[in-house]
Design a protein around this ligand. Structure first.
Ligand code: ATP
Length: 297
């Protein structure tokens, strides 16, 4: 079953671009990553999904229900962490969290304490006395205290130190094991790579691709590095499927996607002193997509 279905979603801010014709779905039980650089349209997509803002055209459903018509009902089953959290500064953390919990028809007190313990958050402090990272933790606890079936996170790790990031990801994995579906946006590719099953890549408001991380890594591209006896002109690699060439004459690295025999024959024409074939990390694949898109314009 698809927990989220986004169909041809477009949002314009006056004449300015927000997102253009975005379609993808998130399946039940998935951890789905939504990645793209600053200003790509991640927050716009997520806010439209939560009917915080309304689309110019297109539609979206969550749990099979239209997000505009059934917004309030759907939101009870969603945990949302916005990219920036704003609070009443004078409130104590525990008062804010209890107030948030009062919107749900369940007793969340035990879970609030468990989450605060995991995230090392002091419930007795005033919001105004918290650092940026600790405010983020308040947002995390607030988004998860009602044990939602769907967790939507917009750039969740900003401000968290590496140890906290790890704890937070462990927490998300645990929620996912218990059945929660997770959608999170990020421009930090290593965290998406660590966490997600599938990923949608967005650029300048448009969707570039939706792929399994494993497919992106294994099937599509190889990272090939060679060392040669004679200097090789980078032009020698004008082969279909070769991108991201970096060369200092004797050492050349590039990404290759396509029939592996073609590139092996090309390499066999050269006197090699060394050869490495690796899977690229997500960052390299991501840059590759960007280069392709820019080149094709
Ligand atoms: N309220 C608004 N009014 C006008 N334009 C907006 C508004 N909010 C976003 N935009 C524009 O929409 C585009 C997408 O922005 P959005 O915040 O969705 O990107 P993002 O991928 O979340 O970026 P970031 O990683 O920087 O948060 C940008 O060009 C941005 O300037």
């Amino acid at each position: 079953m698809n927990v989220i279905e986004i169909k041809n979603l477009t949002k314009r801010y006056g004449n300015a671009r927000g997102i253009e014709d975005i379609s993808f779905h998130v399946e039940e039980g998935e951890i789905f990553g939504f990645i793209g650089p600053n200003g790509a349209g991640k927050s716009t997509t997520l806010r439209t999904l939560l009917s915080i803002i309304f689309p110019t055209s297109g539609s979206a459903t969550i749990f099979g229900k239209d997000v505009i018509k059934h917004g309030p009902e759907i939101k009870k089953q969603i945990g949302y962490l916005p990219s920036e959290v704003f609070y009443y500064d004078k409130m104590k953390v525990k008062d804010l969290l209890n107030y948030s919990a009062s919107f749900y028809k369940k007793d969340c007190r035990k879970r609030i304490h468990e989450l605060a313990e995991i995230m090392d958050l002091n419930l007795n402090k005033r919001i105004e006395d918290l650092s940026y990272g600790n405010r983020k933790k308040v947002g995390i606890v607030q988004g998860m205290l009602h044990e939602p079936k769907l967790i939507i996170l917009d750039e969740p790790t900003g401000g968290l130190d590496p140890l906290m990031q790890q704890k937070f990801f462990d927490l998300l994995k645990e929620e996912n094991k218990k059945g929660a579906t997770i959608l999170f946006s990020s421009h930090i590719l290593s965290e998406v790579q660590k966490m997600c099953d599938r990923v949608a890549i967005i650029k300048e408001g448009e969707l570039i691709t939706v792929e399994k991380i494993s497919t992106l890594q294994e099937n599509n591209h190889k990272k090939i590095k060679i060392e040669t006896k004679q200097p090789v002109d980078a032009g020698w690699f004008a082969v279909d499927g070769v991108t991201n060439i970096e060369s200092d004459g004797h050492k050349i690295s590039f990404l290759y996607s396509g029939n592996i025999n073609i590139i092996m024959k090309k390499l066999a024409e050269m006197e090699l002193s060394n050869l490495w074939v690796d899977e690229p990390d997500l960052e390299e694949i991501f840059l590759h997509y960007y280069e392709k898109e820019e080149g094709s314009k």
